[in-house]
Design a protein around this ligand. Sequence first.
Ligand code: NAI
Ligand code: MG
Length: 336
Amino acid sequence: MKTTIAVIRGDGIGPEIMDATLRVLDALGVGLDYEFVDAGLAAYEKTGELLPQATLDAIARHRIALKSPLTTPVGEGFSSINVELRRRFDLYANVRPAISFPNTRSRFPENVDLITVRENTEGAYAGEGQQVSEDGATATLVQKITRRGSERIVRYAFDLAVRTGRRKVTIVHKANILKSTSGLFLKVAREVAAQYPSIQCNELIVDNCCMQLVMKPEQFDVIVTTNLFGDIISDLCAGLVGGLGLAPGANIGTDAAIFEAVHGSAPDIAGKGIANPCALLLGAAQMLDHLQRPELATRLRAAIRATLAAADRLTPDLGGQGTTTSFAEAIASRLG
Ligand code: NAI
Ligand code: MG
């Protein structure tokens, strides 16, 4: 039976990069069926809702979504549709690879091949207990970390390392200062690590980790950390290897998974046909791995790499003069 996935074309450059991505997937012969559903501004304009029930139902039904960036209209319902999607489907693992590619104007055109595994549901971003005192002088927020939340994310990271032949997991924390929350995370992480004797494990305090990443990123393999640290570290890592146009992310839960680009809807270049489709394409490669089609994922990544190496029809963010469509065609022609 054919697998159907939910596809959200998104806002701004979203539809442009999604169309390009689906063309490449078709050329790859993935044989997926797509159910197109709306979220974000596109959904709001059609239905008055940012996250229509039909969209939630489609994701729940197919359990896999490929999603372009969404614009959250300022001043509407919730603060971020993405955060809401992660909450609704309990997408606890945010998996963000950062891998060196040639011709990307990156400081590290080689040697970086790491994955940040970020806890996606707890800590500061859960928004619990957000309060500003009446006189506006004091603000508070509860940061809740649980044993269950810590255990499942660290286990995910170690399982990922085992599954993909990676050798080392770095636990990133701030337990020296945040003794209760980061302390619990570290304690549980050590317990889980002990169950994976074949994987090397080390611990780094988050500020030192940031310095090490910038100085010697090649020492990292898998990084596992809590929500806020993971958000910041994963963008830092995207910056190491050439920026937003090449940074994909997967949001993975037990019952559903959503694959995307890390970047936003880029209103400054929307409609011009010059957005780089690589981040979403690399998100699609993560999806193919998740669908247990690793051979297709590998071919897709190799075609992207070969196109970058040949500097063939690259988009302006990479210094080229290509369009979203011509860049995607260049990639499709190298699928082998
Ligand atoms: P952004 O990521 O959309 O853009 C930042 C800069 O990077 C812009 O100059 C943009 O042109 C460039 N850029 C981003 N993606 C690119 C691509 N594929 N190719 C070439 N250049 C690219 O961030 P910004 O401007 O802060 O946010 C714009 C909107 O996107 C906001 O409404 C924000 O809420 C939303 N957003 C949505 C996300 C999502 O749905 N996952 C994530 C981040 C932001
Ligand atoms: Mg972020």
